[in-house]
Design a protein around this ligand. Structure first.
Ligand code: NDP
Ligand code: A1CAB
Length: 267
């Protein structure tokens, strides 16, 4: 099976790296296409990639075409790629907000998978939600699932609404975690810690808390109760967050991303 990745940026390269380890490829090289000469030079140095600059040289050879360009580049890409495609090929898109209908119309393909990954895929800890059109067979879905899982875990969702919703939770979510980390690092530095110590205090706290959560069946609420002593320091912080409606604000932020994904789909 031949896989082509279009767009060798953060996501495209991450998936190309991950998928190159998949047994499904039977040791076939992944084809990777990018427009930039600088990127092509880097790609050419990787033995398990075949680098391309021209769509005509690689698209006809591909069974699965993985599209990882920015959403605003999709229209021009579709125009160029459509005449090169045949109905047996499958498109897998990770572009935020680009709907299945748009991908089908833009490529002329009926086998389409729309996926929403996240950045921890770079270290094999990603979460990808995906949905496939009815023309994608069960066997093909299993193949795509295997390929996506080379970068972490995946969930198949029942409607496209959940792709946009997961964009607001897992797709954009790593940035919310970094936002929280940055705020805590700034607080630590204000308290007098050096930048290095502030970074360690915060990063190890996040790592430890997430690991505790993952190794248990407890809810975040139960864990908060285990940290907080009655009338103690944690309760003071949690009360401050509640009084400032931080919970509602975080939910509002997640909805802002969800709504933006829907909005991008209408453009
Ligand atoms: N980053 C993230 O955390 C996530 C990103 N996504 C989605 O993944 C997609 C890619 O994002 P990301 O990897 O961050 O973006 P990048 O800008 O890092 O990568 C996109 C790459 O595609 C190249 N490119 C643009 N047009 C073409 C074309 N016509 N043919 C070939 N290559 C082209 C770009 O080149 P150049 O730079 O020269 O334009 C760039 O190298 C987006 O659609 C985004 O919505 C989804 C979930 C998470
Ligand atoms: O910010 C974005 O639009 C993309 C989609 C999810 C993460 N990054």
């Amino acid at each position: 099976m031949k896989v082509l990745v279009i767009g060798a940026g953060n996501m495209g390269l991450t998936y190309a790296e991950g998928m190159s380890k998949s047994k499904r490829l039977n040791n076939e090289n992944i084809m990777v296409l990018d427009k930039s000469d600088e990127k092509l030079k880097e790609l050419n140095e990787i033995s398990y990639f075949d680098a391309y600059k021209e769509l005509g040289d690689c698209v006809p050879k591909a069974d699965i075409i993985f599209i990882a360009v920015k959403p605003y580049h999709s229209e021009s890409l579709f125009e160029e790629i459509k005449p090169l495609l045949n109905s047996n090929q499958m498109a897998v898109s990770v572009m935020a907000g680009v709907t299945i209908e748009t991908i089908k119309a833009g490529t002329g393909l009926s086998k389409v998978v729309r996926a929403m990954p996240n950045l921890p895929a770079q270290i094999g800890q990603g979460l990808t939600s995906f949905i496939a059109t009815s023309d994608v067979s069960k066997e093909e879905v299993a193949t795509v699932e295997d390929l996506l899982n080379t970068t972490g875990k995946s969930i198949q969702v029942e409607s496209e609404r959940f792709i946009d919703a997961s964009t607001g939770i897992s797709g954009s979510g790593p940035a919310y975690v970094f936002y929280f980390m940055q705020s805590m690092m700034e607080a630590a530095e204000k308290m007098g810690f050096s930048k290095n110590d502030a970074t360690l205090l915060v990063s190890q706290t996040f790592k430890g808390a997430v690991e505790l959560f993952n190794q248990s069946d407890l809810t975040p609420q139960s864990w908060m109760e285990r940290v907080a002593s009655k009338g103690g320091t944690t309760q003071a912080a949690l009360d401050s967050m509640d009084n400032n409606k931080v919970n509602a604000l975080i939910q509002e932020a997640a909805y802002a991303a969800f709504n933006r994904a829907v909005e991008l789909g209408k453009q």
